[in-house]
Design a protein around this ligand. Structure first.
Ligand SMILES: [Zn+2]
Ligand SMILES: [Zn+2]
Length: 423
């Protein structure tokens, strides 16, 4: 049974988990993790290919790993884990906490932590491969295990597809992915039908003016006042131009301009994250951001040749993840049977992003499901509700999943899902 197989592997997987947790690697630098995953997939009976991925950024090396497990004729199912960690200094106080410091893309030393729980994904992914390797009497077809780097920067999945993932290993009939959840109790699975995570776009804006003396504003065109107006005007895209039933987030996460009290600068730079679900809305909101920035500048009397520069870097985007409704319903029934009705929850979609979306292709033609597994001690969830105290979120320096039940549930959830699709 998948349950007893997961139990039998748990000790060894916990050791792997703690090892990966204490050796986190930044996006594009997952060398050690890739080696470990490749070794484990081979031991589980997969034919393994390493060093996959074609990145635009030449600093990022191809550390994608694919393990193919063949068992006669039948469907092809893709199972994905991500492998990268974050530039966060761990503050969990755990005995296996990360002390790793590594160089980031800019060559700066940063602390590194598995603050998004991709280490739980890796352990569960290996556990799933081991279980399915032992359950070959119960399934037919091909399982493509994909250990994907660079999820946190949204480039890993595209890098693998660009390197011929589907040409070399076959286009899957189904794609499955999972993620731990920092507000769901360990032992539970949570899933959403339809859109489950958002389109993520990063927008860079340079607002230009004509600088000069802070005491003589009439002789300048002040880009700081203009930037402030633009930031507020953008919020009307959400509140006035958008159908309230379609979620949109526009967050200005960075704004920098000027050097001194009494100098009006020539420019202000802003960085914005934009979140949407529907593709047509995504295009419209990005166009609105551009139009409003330029319109505000025109109203402020900025000459046309100094209009704001709005750009959307193409390598910093993720598309919304869409859970095929029919497949989701099917898997919910499977999970309820193996974990109990009370341990499977329909959860709200989020405006977070995950490039797992890439595997179902832009037209969602490959049915995919991306589900969550709880990572939190149930007592802590009760306490947080009673005291109205927020739990550490994903990416928090204090995020510490309870590994045993978290990994166990993820293995069972993924194993029974694959078995159902390939029986
Ligand atoms: Zn993350
Ligand atoms: Zn993550």
């Amino acid at each position: 049974m998948p349950q007893s197989l997961a139990d039998a592997e748990l000790r060894s997987l916990l050791a792997i988990y703690k090892d990966v947790h204490s050796h986190p690697e930044l996006s594009g630098y997952e060398e050690r993790t890739a080696g470990l995953v490749a070794k484990e997939l081979r031991a589980a009976g997969c034919e393994v290919t390493e060093h996959l991925g074609k990145y635009q950024n030449s600093k990022h090396k191809p550390y994608g790993v694919v393990g193919v497990m063949k068992n006669g004729d039948g469907p092809t199912v893709l199972v994905r884990t991500d492998t990268d960690a974050l530039p966060v200094q761990e503050e969990t106080g755990l005995p296996y906490a990360s002390k790793v410091v590594a160089k980031n893309d800019e060559g700066k030393d940063v602390h590194v932590m598995h603050a998004c729980g991709h280490d739980t994904h890796i352990a569960a992914f290996i556990g799933t491969a081991r279980s399915l390797g032992k359950l070959k009497d119960e399934w037919h077809g091909t399982i493509v295990f994909v250990a994907q780097p660079a999820e946190e920067i949204g480039t890993g999945a595209r890098a693998l597809l660009k390197d011929g993932l589907y040409d070399r290993f076959g286009k899957p009939n189904f794609a499955l992915g999972f993620h731990d959840k920092a507000d769901l109790q360990a032992g539970h699975i949570g899933v959403t039908e339809g859109y489950t995570s958002a389109n993520v776009d990063s927008v860079d804006v340079t607002v230009r003016g004509i600088g000069g003396h802070g005491g003589y504003p009439h002789k300048t065109k002040d880009p700081i006042v203009l930037a402030a107006e633009i930031v507020n005007a953008w919020q009307t895209i959400v509140s006035r131009e958008n159908n309230p039933l379609d979620p949109v987030v526009i967050t200005v996460g960075s704004i920098h301009g000027g050097t001194k009290h009494n100098v009006i600068p020539d420019e202000v730079k802003m960085q914005i994250t934009v979140r949407t679900y529907k593709p047509e809305l995504r295009e419209r909101v990005l166009a609105d951001i551009d139009r409003i920035a330029k319109g505000c500048a025109a109203a402020a009397g900025i000459p046309p040749d100094l209009a704001p520069i709005v750009s959307v870097p193409k390598d910093l985007v993720a598309s919304a993840t869409y859970n095929n409704p029919e497949l989701t319903k099917r898997l919910v029934a499977v999970w309820k049977k193996s974990l109990g009705d009370e341990n499977v929850e329909i959860v709200d979609p989020t405006m977070g992003g995950d490039d797992f979306s890439e595997y179902s292709l832009p037209d969602h033609s490959i049915p995919a499901v991306y589900f969550h597994f709880g990572a939190v001690d149930p007592a802590k969830i009760v306490e947080s509700k009673q005291k109205a105290k927020e739990l550490p979120t994903l990416h928090s320096s204090k995020f510490a999943p309870v590994p045993e039940s978290t990994i166990r549930t993820a293995i069972i959830g993924m194993t029974v899902a694959v078995l159902d699709l390939m029986k």
